[in-house]
Design a protein around this ligand. Structure first.
Ligand SMILES: Cc1cc2nc3c(=O)[nH]c(=O)nc-3n(C[C@H](O)[C@H](O)[C@H](O)COP(=O)(O)OP(=O)(O)OC[C@H]3O[C@@H](n4cnc5c(N)ncnc54)[C@H](O)[C@@H]3O)c2cc1C
Length: 259
């Protein structure tokens, strides 16, 4: 066992995409006692995960820039960071823009690296392995990774992200064997090297939009058909005023009327 005697409080973060990295950034900022973080990530790039590792400039955030800050007490932190780094986005409407997801990935990765280098109390150990098993024994967690390495922790944060969609029953093994069916829509494989035949996309949501944009970016000239059980397309964002009185109204409720 790599860490059999726990000298400091040890937290294991399983999954080092956006949620895992954002947690580390916040612990490094706010925790003032010595702590060790075992940071397990395998599969997608650290701090970026599936969503923010796309390199296509056409794959944009589905949330406006002003709502993507890492810090809730600094709502324009992301917007100001972009203004400083990317001259091409120095636009007065930047707060309302839907920026490429790769930029947000860079933002989180830079702040993650900065946080772990500059924290006096937090020791972050990055482990590029898949966690295969976690067992709670004698008040602590025993963790087993690929390669059968063992680690121990006092607390676990499980942040594995989105799972790959299930393969529909209608998709036969012949399609999979012939590499004509791609179950992971978030990798380049699905849109690379296609002859200009027909492409069927299962689903009509935001991932369908990303996939169509990837095909067009790669000069695909065939037909694209998108199908879903309900046939709805993504809806545009609506403009609304945040309803801030909700907290005041909730305070006024008696315990029996609270829900
Ligand atoms: C294509 C796409 C676009 C999105 N766009 C937006 C957006 O614009 N705005 C927004 O707010 N949200 C968006 N989302 C939602 C997005 O998933 C979340 O915002 C956020 O990125 C999720 O972070 P996460 O840490 O949960 O997962 P991820 O960032 O995906 O990270 C999970 C990481 O854990 C690793 N992992 C999993 N299991 C293990 C294991 N057992 N051992 C070791 N490592 C493991 C994975 O390989 C991965 O690296 C989008 C999602 C997708 C799929």
């Amino acid at each position: 066992m790599t860490d059999s005697t726990l000298q400091k409080n040890t937290i294991a973060i399983i999954g080092g995409g956006f949620s895992g990295a954002a947690t580390v950034i916040h612990i490094c900022r706010s925790y003032h006692k010595p702590i060790k973080i075992l940071f397990f990530n395998e599969g997608y790039p650290v701090a970026k995960g599936i969503a923010y590792s796309s390199q296509s400039k056409y794959h944009v955030l589905n949330v406006a820039a002003s709502k993507m800050s890492l810090f809730n007490n600094e709502p324009l932190h992301f917007v100001n960071w972009v203004r400083n780094i990317y001259a091409e986005f120095d636009d007065e409407n930047l707060e309302n823009m839907f920026l490429p997801r790769s930029i947000f990935g860079e933002y989180v990765a830079k702040h993650f690296n900065h946080a772990i280098k500059n924290s006096a109390n937090v020791e972050v150990v990055e482990i590029k392995k898949q966690v295969n098993d976690v067992v709670f024994v004698n008040g602590r967690y025993d963790i087993t990774t690929s390669g059968n390495e063992k680690f121990a922790a006092d607390k676990i944060l499980y942040a594995p992200g989105n799972f790959i969609p299930e393969i529909p029953k209608a998709v036969g093994s012949d399609l999979i064997e012939q590499k004509k069916y791609f179950s992971n829509p978030w990798t380049d494989d699905a849109t690379d090297n296609l002859n200009n035949g027909d492409v069927l996309i299962l689903g009509t949501g935001l991932t369908m939009v990303d996939t169509v944009l990837s095909l067009l970016e790669k000069n695909f000239e065939g037909n694209i058909i998108a199908a879903s059980t309900h046939g709805f397309f993504p809806l545009p964002h609506r403009k609304y005023e945040p309803y801030s009185d909700i907290l005041i109204e909730l305070k006024g409720l008696t315990p029996s009327t609270r829900f």
